[in-house]
Design a protein around this ligand. Structure first.
Ligand SMILES: Cc1ncc(COP(=O)(O)O)c(C=O)c1O
Length: 439
């Protein structure tokens, strides 16, 4: 693809903003959006014919395209769902039923990472803890020096969860790439540890994985593996896949939380009909796969170049700010964490949100900010000796250009020169008069 073709495919992006945050919402090129519009028109032109003739064959093609991309046995191992949040709900509902129906006992453990995504943590609590599970969190170091540091932490937490063999661990939830802070997790190794240690089920939440790192679901070896297709694979919102191995006895017991007339036909078919709605995001998966194939090296080529670029941009920013990357390059996919100058005094998640909002509104940069509340095991001071407590999470996707990272670099440098600190963004406490008026 030439630069001009890429610019044309993403001409609908607001060019006034330095958008270095592909990670949150992904992106969808014009050619895939055009295909989506064709599917939507086909439906509206004759809904009954669409329902009887086109919908299910179209969804079957999408499942086959995903199966080929992720090394699944065949399309019957793939369910298409709206997003990773839905995939997590399917798994958690299944595990909750195992508690409710007595296959698992109250007090059996469920393991998740400290940096498991907030919605997934809530899903674990809403379904599984409520059904009787004891939830154990794996404390992860950040900044992180090596995959071995994560493996060591995971082993220690698993031993704690097993409580000397007195407790069964029924489920481990492992992120392939954590969201915030973003780190590529040695997922294959952690799944193997779970197998050795007798963990019943492993769910890999790989919301960010496909398009950022090579995905081979058989090689990872989890029971359940889910990835969004709308983050890094150029699909429009909202579509994700959930993989379950053929022949896994759990497959027949897994159900979509939205029950329809397809209930009991297997998860791929249940997910393919959850009532009347717009299925076009799921129908354009083959177009997104064709789009990515237009790049040299296909999806692997795209992710390799994004990785190289995001590391290059991360190093450029860290050098300009006197800081460092939050992980070694091999633990970055197409996203990287870069320390912000300690003088910003980022002391809370609210500070991080307010700073992000200011960068969006006043500097036209879109970038998520992470507040690191942990006491760190490794030195995390910047070149001026100030403690680094905040990080930007930068992304690189095919549409990004160096100038966008320079806008971010210059905005932060200007704030440092201006003597900015997050205290300036905090709401001032109410005065005595305001307090009296409130009563
Ligand atoms: C690790 C992880 N899991 C789950 C999700 C939820 O994805 P979605 O909002 O598309 O369901 C995200 C979103 O960023 C994520 O990073």
């Amino acid at each position: 693809m030439t630069d001009a073709e890429i610019r044309a495919e993403f001409a609908h992006h607001d060019r006034s903003v330095a958008r270095v945050n592909n990670g949150s919402f992904g992106c969808c090129p014009a050619s895939v959006l055009a295909s989506r519009a064709r599917w939507q028109r086909l439906f509206l032109s004759q809904p009954d014919a669409f329902y009887y003739d086109s919908l299910q064959p179209g969804l079957a093609r999408s499942r086959a395209a995903v199966a080929a991309l992720v090394g699944a046995g065949d399309a019957s191992e793939i369910s298409l769902v709206d997003n990773a949040t839905t995939a997590a709900a399917i798994v958690m509902q299944h595990v909750a039923w195992s508690f409710a129906e007595g296959a698992f006992e109250r007090g059996d453990a469920v393991l998740m990472l400290l940096y498991t995504y907030s919605s997934v943590k809530k899903s674990i609590h809403a379904y599984v803890a409520r059904a009787g599970a004891h939830v154990v969190e794996v404390p992860l170091p950040f900044p992180v020096a090596s995959p071995a540091a994560i493996v060591a932490s995971f082993r220690a937490a698993l031993a704690l969860a097993k409580s000397g063999g007195r407790r069964r661990v029924r489920l481990a939830v492992i992120d392939h790439i954590t969201s915030m802070p973003s780190v590529v997790v040695p997922v294959k190794e952690l799944v193997a540890i779970c197998r050795e240690e007798g963990v019943d089920k492993v769910f890999v939440d790989a919301a960010h994985a496909i398009g950022q790192v090579r995905v081979d679901v058989r090689d990872v070896g989890a029971d359940f593996y889910a990835s969004n297709l709308h983050k890094w694979l150029f699909c429009p919102s909202a579509v994700a896949f959930l993989h379950i191995r053929k022949g896994d006895p759990a497959a027949a017991q897994m159900h979509h939380p939205v029950v329809s007339s397809a209930y009991g036909n297997g998860l791929p078919m249940e997910s393919a009909w959850i009532g009347v709605r717009d299925y076009s995001a799921q129908l354009v998966v083959p177009d997104a796969v064709d789009f990515v194939a237009r790049f040299e090296g296909g999806v692997d080529g795209v992710s390799r170049r994004n990785h190289d670029k995001v590391v290059e941009m991360g190093v450029m920013l860290a050098e300009a700010w006197g800081t460092f990357l939050g992980s070694p390059p091999e633990m970055c996919g197409s996203m990287a964490m870069v320390g912000l100058p300690g003088c910003f005094g980022i002391d809370s998640d609210d500070d991080a949100t307010r700073l992000r909002t200011m960068l969006r509104k006043d500097y036209k940069v879109e970038v998520p900010i992470f507040h690191n509340s942990r006491t760190q095991q490794v030195a995390t001071t910047d070149a001026n000796g100030d403690q680094v407590t905040g990080y930007v999470r930068i992304s690189h996707q095919v549409y990004n250009v160096r100038e966008e990272y320079e806008v971010l670099r210059d905005a932060v440098n200007k704030l440092v020169l201006d003597g900015f600190s997050c205290t300036q963004l905090r709401p001032s406490p109410p005065s005595q008069n305001q307090k009296m008026l409130a009563h």
